[in-house]
Design a protein around this ligand. Structure first.
Ligand code: HEM
Length: 485
């Protein structure tokens, strides 16, 4: 039984509230429960996701391998078990505040994780392949074309020169900066900091277009308590070397690791808002029974069709005409849907277009067509990104840069992130019949279709990114103590 009842708004809630409970479940004699990984050995952002208000990604290159190994030996990243304990503390703080009717006492957190690029592993002397072909072949820039990235990338990503990245998260910007400084000092003799990205959670956990994010996440079998409708996946879909890992025969040092995809995605918020306004009358043709009364309602409806959810997070499949904030907030209901419509036997877009962002990246049910439920579960990713840049307000400059520091974890980049990106960019995806139909690209990740009198536009521009391997904590310790790798 979980004791995380006050975290019900969190999409990923640990199933176990103590180390002892987890150890009991890990026992091989426990029937019906897949053998669980060792949570004290897995870095903390991978599947429980760091609770955070601020986050820094510190990209570095190694200047001195032996000094780096020495520094690494003294570095203790936050483990998954640490994260579940912190979540329990937050849960208790909320309970105390509620019972005593006192203001919530903030739980101070400073969390960190380290990950390496292929170039970083090679530099450390770890030349063996992880068997993830996208990671092993080199930097993300080699996949630039298939990712649909046409704009110029920032130098650090263009160069593909990072050896690794520290992910530092905290409950305040100040604590995040303090932790970043502590790590910087600890590794002063061995690394060069190439680049930093700073993110900040926006009020109500929205991304910059104003839509609540982080609702649909996979729950790992045996480790997370699934909310109704949440996809439950084998641990190996996210954590290497566990049940369900699609890639066999990996080297032992990859066990309990994961692949981290980092993308810097700039968002054109004024452009997106204008685009929605230019479509504010579309409901009259598409869903006249919505009976909307103002252009603002029409724009909001069109925006919801782009995402498949309203700004509150309410899925349009369940709330087709107007936003329903109570539904959006309620994690027991906001993910409990698929795209079937009673009395319609074929996959259809009666309420949600095939190309809405959440339907492109996870089409949920396609009856007899592909991808089926199992394929969908197998392509799951854990999303752990954070917005960057100032929120657009009446006083904030329209042209300030803002966007999403997108992060996702999976055991296979090709089966997770790349597959979903291909789906998003493929106009004919999903296949919903015997002949190919053009549904258009994902309006968030692809090029949005042109409204009359407008050029086709993209509201999200990639500034680059990188693939990283997040090793198990025991692997880090081994590398730290090895004289040669
Ligand atoms: C700036 C870029 C992006 C924005 C603004 C954005 C925003 C959102 C929002 C608001 C949701 C709905 C909330 C939720 O269901 O959690 C969502 C869901 C999702 N997004 Fe994105 N996203 C972006 C990029 C990406 C990328 C690059 C991918 C992967 C290739 C991705 C994959 C997903 C997935 C898998 C879901 C959940 C779908 C489901 O299970 O129903 N997103 N995104």
């Amino acid at each position: 039984m979980s004791s995380y009842s006050n975290l019900s708004k969190r999409s990923i809630v640990p199933l176990h509230s103590s180390v002892q409970q987890i150890q009991r479940c890990r026992a091989p004699q426990n029937p019906g429960i897949p053998q669980l990984p060792d949570l004290s050995d897995i870095q903390g952002d991978i599947f429980y996701v760091f609770p955070k208000v601020a986050e820094q990604f510190m990209f570095f290159s190694i200047k001195d391998v032996s000094a780096f190994k020495k520094n690494l030996g003294s570095f203790t990243p936050t483990s998954s078990i640490n994260v579940s304990e912190i979540l329990e503390k937050i849960n208790q703080a909320k309970e105390t505040a509620r019972n005593n009717r006192t203001p919530l006492c903030q739980v101070d957190t400073s969390l960190s994780q380290i990950a390496f690029s292929r170039a970083g592993l090679n530099f450390l002397g770890v030349k063996e392949l992880t068997k993830d072909t996208n990671f092993d072949k080199g930097p993300m820039k080699l996949d630039r074309q298939s990712l649909g990235d046409n704009a110029s990338w920032e130098k650090v990503f263009e160069d593909g020169s990072s050896h690794g990245v520290f992910t530092i998260a905290a409950n305040s910007t100040l604590n995040c900066q303090k932790k970043a400084l502590e790590i910087e000092n600890a590794f002063k003799s061995s690394i060069i900091i190439l680049h930093r990205e700073n993110g900040q959670v926006l009020p109500n956990h929205v991304e910059h277009f104003g839509f609540r994010d982080g609702i649909s996440q996979p729950a790992i079998k045996g480790l997370a308590a699934p909310h109704p409708g949440q996809t439950v996946v084998d641990p190996g879909i996210i954590i290497m070397g566990c049940t369900g890992d699609p890639i066999a025969g990996r080297p032992a040092w990859t066990k309990y690791g994961s692949m981290m995809v980092f993308r810097k995605l700039a968002q054109d918020v004024p452009g997106f808002n204008n685009y929605l306004a230019s479509h504010s009358e579309d409901w009259r043709k598409i869903l006249p029974q919505a009976n909307l009364t103002t252009p603002a309602e029409g724009s909001a409806w069109f925006g919801a069709r782009c995402f498949g959810r309203w700004k509150s997070g309410a899925p349009i499949q369940l709330a087709p005409y107007r936003d329903d904030p109570a539904l959006g907030e309620d994690n027991e209901r906001n993910n409990n849907f698929d795209y079937t419509v009673p009395r319609l036997s074929e996959p259809n877009e009666y309420f949600c277009p095939f190309n809405a962002h959440i339907r492109k990246t996870a089409p949920r049910n396609l009856l007899n067509y592909r991808p089926n439920k199992q394929e969908l579960a197998d392509s799951s990713i854990v999303r752990a990104g954070i917005p960057y840049g100032p929120q657009l307000t009446p006083t904030c400059p329209q042209n300030a840069e803002r966007g999403l520091l997108f992060v996702c974890y999976q055991s296979s980049i090709k089966g997770g992130f790349l597959l979903q990106t291909q789906w998003a960019l493929d106009s004919s995806f999903p296949v919903v019949g015997t002949s190919i139909k053009d549904h258009g690209q994902d309006p968030i990740l692809g090029v949005a279709p042109a409204a009359p009198g407008f050029k086709p536009q993209s509201f999200v521009t990639s500034k680059g990114g990188e693939y990283f391997f997040v090793p198990a904590i025991s692997t880090i310790k081994k590398w730290a103590s090895a004289t040669g790798c």
